[in-house]
Design a protein around this ligand. Sequence first.
Ligand code: HDD
Length: 720
Amino acid sequence: MASHIVGGLRKASDAVQQTISKDKKVIDLQHDMVNINSKLPMTADHGVKVENTDQWLRVVDDKHTGPSLLEDQLAREKITRFDHERIPERVVHARGTGAFGNFKLHKSIADLSYAGILTDTSRNTPVFVRFSTVQGSRGSADTVRDVRGFAVKFYTDEGNWDIVGNNIPVFFIQDAIKFPDFVHAVKPEPHNEVPQGQTAHNNFWDFVYLHPEATHMVMWAMSDRAIPRSFRMMQGFGVNTFTLINKAGKCHFVKFHFIPQLGVHSLVWDEALKINGQDPDFHRKDLMDAIDNKAYPKWDFAIQVIPEEKQDAFEFDVLDATKIWPEDLVPLQVIGQLELNRNVDEFFPQTEQVAFCTSHIVPGIDFSDDPLLQGRNFSYFDTQISRLGVNWEELPINRPVCPVLNHNRDGKSRHRITQGAVNYWPNRFEACPPTSATGEAGGFQSFPAMVGGQKRRALSEKFGDHFTQPQLFYNSLSEHEKLHVRKALSFELDHCDDPTVYTRFAGHRLAEIDLALAQAVAEVVGAPVPERATSTNPGKKAPRLSQTEFVPSTPSIASRRIAILIGDGFDAVAFNGLRAAILAARAQPIVIGTKRSRIYADGEKAYVAAGVGIVPDHQLYGVRSTLFDATFIPGGSHIKTLSQDGQVRHWVAETFGHLKALGASGDATGLVKESLAAAPGLQIASSGPIEWYGVVTIGGIQKPENFKETVDIVSGAKDF
Ligand code: HDD
C-alpha cells in the first residue's frame, strides 16, 4: 500500500483547493491548529520552555546512581498526561475512520422542506464523514463481516445536521429499548471476551433467532454488503424515517440515501479473512490513499418521500426500521452530491472526538414516531457525555460554523468564555433571547403533529410481519450473491458450538425465508435438515436490492490498485506500456519485485551506473495478491525466477480465484497457465462455460488439460 500523506489540504487539486479554502469548517478549525514542524521550542503545558525531556531528575552519587525525585514536575506532567491519553471507546462503532468534504444540492426541494441545505443550490456545505464497523473494538480489523457505519455531519448555516446511518438500509431491532440487549449479544461474550470483530458466536445467533424482527438485517449482513471492497464503494442509508416540513406546514415522511458513484463492490469472504491479517487498516488506508491521489469519492444524495396522508398505504409500517421502502413503490429522487476531499490533520481530535447525534436536525427537517429513532435521539447525546464530557459540542470538530450562544454554562472542560452578567432567560437585558421573544425567523419549531391515545408498550400490527422483506431481499439477489449468503451463514453457524443455537436458526428460521437455503445450510452445519418451508415465499422481488445493479454510469478503474510483478530481466516495453496505461486511467500501478532493491529489465545491466531500472514499491513476501484489484506480469527472462517461486504461483492462482483481472504478456502467459492448472480451487461445478474469466494475455495461452470449461466464476474462491 503506497504510503499516504496526512494533511490532504496541501495536495488537493486546484478546483477542490479553491472550494476548500473558502470552506467555513476549514477556516473554523484553523483557530485551533498548531504545527509541530514549526521549530518552536518545546514547552510544558503551562508554557515554560523544557530543557530536558529525556532524564528524570534524580539525586545521584559519583557513579550517577540514586533515587528519582517526585519533585520533577516536568517528568510528572509527561507521565500523567500519558497515563490519561485514552478516553472510552464508542460502545459500538469503535473502529472507524473519517474525512472532510462538502455537500452540494443540485435540486431544491422547497416543495417538501424549508431547510436551507435542501433548498439553496448555491451553497457548498462542509461535511465530516466517519465510516466504521460496529462490533469490534478500536484496534480491530477493517475487513471483518459487519455492518458499516456511515455517519455524516453537515455543518450547515443553520447549525449541524447529522445523518447517523449505515451501509445497510434496515436495522436488527424495531424498538430502541432492545438496543442494550442487542449490543450485549453481538459484542464479545461476557465470560471470555470472545470473539473480536465478528458475529460468528452463540450469543449473536441466539439473539437473532429469538428476535424474528432481526431476520431482514441478518440476511443483509450475511450478504456481500457486509464485506465492502472500500468505504468508497458502499451505499449509505439514514435507515430511520424522518420528516420534511415545508413552508406551508405540510409534512412528508422521508428516508435518506447516499449512492456511491463508483458503484457498490465487495470483497469475497476469503479475501476479507486474509486481509484481516495482512492489512488490518485496509479500508482506512484505501480512503486516505484515494483522497491523497485526488480520486475523491462521491455519492449521489437521494431521498424517498411518502406524503403524511399515505402513511397507512403500504403493507409495511413506514415507521418500522426493519423495513425498506421498495424503490418500485417509492422511487428515489437524486437531489445532491456528497464528496470527500480532505484527510484529517490528526486522528484523535477529529476522527475520535467527532460525535454524532440523530437529534441534530435543522429547521425544515423533523423526526417521526419511528420507535427506534425516538430512542436514538436520547442515546447519542448521552453517550457523548460519557465519552467526551458535557461540553463535547465545543470541541473543534463538533462545533457548528454558525454562531452558538445560549445560557447553558459550566460543566467539566468548559472552554468558551461568555461575557455578560446573566445566564438565564428572561433577563433584564433581554440578552440572548429565543426567537419566540423577538419574532425573528429561523428558530426551530417542532411540527405540530396531532397525538393522542393510551399509554402502552406496543407497536402497530404491521411491525409483526418479519419475513416478507427478508424474502424480498433474498429473492432479489443474483445467483452468486445467494451462494455467498449461503456460505456466510454456513461459516457463522459453524462457529456456534451450542446445538440449540445453530439448529434453531438453520433448521427453522431460514426455512421461513427459503427452503433450499435452509436445507443447504442445515446440512453443512450439522443441523436437522428441514423438510418444508415454515412460511410461504411468493417469490416477489424488488429493484436495486442486488448490489450488481449498482454499476457506475461510466465504468472506471480510477483509484484501483494494480500489482505488476517483476524480477531482474522483465520486459521493459510491456512493463512501461502497461504502467502508462494504468496511470492514464488514473489507477495506481504498484510494482512488486522479487526484492525492494533496484531491479533491471532485460538487457539493462549495462546501464547500472546511470541508475536506470526500477525500485519496486514492495517485495513479493511483503504483500499478498489480496491487497490488489488486479495483477499484471510482463514477459521477459525474469519468468525463469518467478516461475520457481511458490509465492508467485500462489499469487496468480489466488488472483484468479478471487475473480480479479489477471494480465500476462510473452513468457508470463506460460507462468499463468501453469499456476492455474495447479490450483485446486478452480474446478467447481457451475451453470455455464466461463472459460478464462478475467485473464488477459498477449502472446497466446493454452488452457491446461485438466481445466474444466465450467469454472464457476463466483465460487472460484472456494478452496482459497
Ligand atoms: Fe447507533 C453509534 C448507526 C441504532 C446508540 N450508531 C453509531 C454510529 C453509527 C450508528 C454510524 C457511529 C457514529 C460515529 O461514527 O461516531 N445506530 C446506527 C444506525 C442505527 C442505530 C443506522 C439504526 C437505525 N444506535 C442505535 C440505537 C441506539 C444507538 C437504537 C440506542 C438506543 N449508536 C448508539 C450509541 C453510539 C452509536 C451508543 C455509540 C457511539 C456514539 O453513539 O456516538 O449512542
